[in-house]
Write a protein that binds this ligand. Structure first.
Ligand code: ATP
Length: 231
């Protein structure tokens, strides 16, 4: 699947706090590539991920996943696309309280209509790969912030989504774990041919990524496509 944002505009807040966060953003992302989305804090990276992942509807413009405009779909269709095609890893981890690490992954699989029992082995493999293989039966609230993020990454990778959206994967982990996570994201992207966009402040992530896209080149750029699939 390919992802293209075409003249995407998003304003958030109301009254005096209303802010145009994305202003006519155009960007194209190719399958099988990791794009590092960089820019200062507050430049709109998380907002761009939310729009690309059909979590936030833009005020204007198109979000084309394989040519289909997610912005124009109804709520239930958008929810379906999210379940079936998109994997997210949020900064907060966003785990379900009360469920163990492995159950986080199996619950997501079940919601996506897959048989959890068949995926248990793969789930455990992924949790080990992200470095929480020793925490399989810890519940969300018994995990550290970095562990929660890593479980969230494993959950996002479990179903090999066509679109993988990752927010600050290395913010809460040490250097060695950061390298492992970044390599895992790149390997999964290249193996499954998904479109991966990673919002990051970490130069080490940008180095591993296939492309680097600076928010400064996007925000306020109402004319002319900025392509993420060009070096
Ligand atoms: N609900 C809201 N109302 C008003 N402004 C908002 C709202 N949510 C976010 N913003 C503003 O939108 C801007 C972009 O936020 P966003 O989280 O996308 O930035 P970011 O580049 O991901 O930042 P960071 O690197 O700190 O995570 C920020 O200036 C933020 O204050």
């Amino acid at each position: 699947m390919s992802l293209e944002l075409s003249d995407v505009t998003v304003a958030l807040g109301s009254g005096d706090a209303r802010t145009t966060v994305l202003d006519g953003v155009c960007a194209r992302f190719s399958p099988g590539t990791v794009t590092a989305l960089v820019g200062p804090s507050g430049s709109g990276k998380s907002t761009l991920l939310a729009v690309a992942g059909a979590l936030l509807r833009p005020d204007d413009g198109q979000v084309l996943l394989d040519g289909r405009d997610l912005a124009a779909l109804g709520d239930s269709q958008r929810a379906r696309v999210r379940r079936e095609h998109i994997g997210y890893m949020f900064q907060s981890g966003n785990l379900l309280s009360g469920l163990t690490a492995v159950e986080q992954l199996l619950a997501a699989a079940s919601i996506a209509g897959r048989r959890p029992r068949r995926l248990r082995h793969r789930a455990e493999e992924l949790l080990a790969a992200v470095g929480v293989g020793h925490r399989l039966t810890h519940r969300a609230e018994q995990l550290s912030g970095g562990e929660r993020q890593r479980v969230a990454l494993a959950r996002a990778l479990l179903l090999a989504p066509a679109l993988l959206l990752v927010d600050e994967p290395t913010a809460a982990v040490d250097r060695s774990q950061a390298g492992t996570l970044t390599e895992l994201i790149a390997a999964s992207t290249h193996e499954h041919g998904c479109v991966t966009v990673v919002a990051t402040h970490d130069p080490a992530v940008s180095e591993v990524a296939d492309h680097r896209l600076d928010m400064a080149a996007l925000t306020g750029a109402a004319t002319g496509a900025r392509r993420a699939d060009q070096p």
